[in-house]
Write a protein of this length. Structure first.
Length: 93
């Protein structure tokens, strides 16, 4: 199973209405942090669980859902986390 698929499965706990994961690891080949095996990912997630939460709280929820992956399989994670009402201005995939 790919890391992106594992991320998707773990983030299902946040009941996202939209979830996009991009693997940017190839762009960071040779990067010191990537040598340990952790990849670089970009994440866009829309979840009703983010309503009324600060950006920091949303990121903490994501990190908690990903658990140990943040210390092993993921070296860097760029996050865009939105509540459903905030996501209306985003372009659709």
């Amino acid at each position: 199973m790919s890391v992106a698929h594992s991320i998707e499965q773990k983030l299902a706990a946040l009941q996202p209405s939209r979830l996009e994961i991009a693997d940017d690891s190839a762009l960071h080949a040779g990067h010191e942090g990537a040598k340990g095996g952790g990849g670089h990912y970009r994440l866009t997630i829309v979840s009703p669980q983010f309503a009324g939460k600060s950006t920091v709280a949303r990121h903490r929820m994501i990190y908690a859902a990903l658990g140990p992956m943040m210390k092993t399989q993921i070296h860097a994670l760029a996050i865009r986390a939105y509540a459903p009402g905030e996501a209306e201005s985003l372009s659709q995939p």
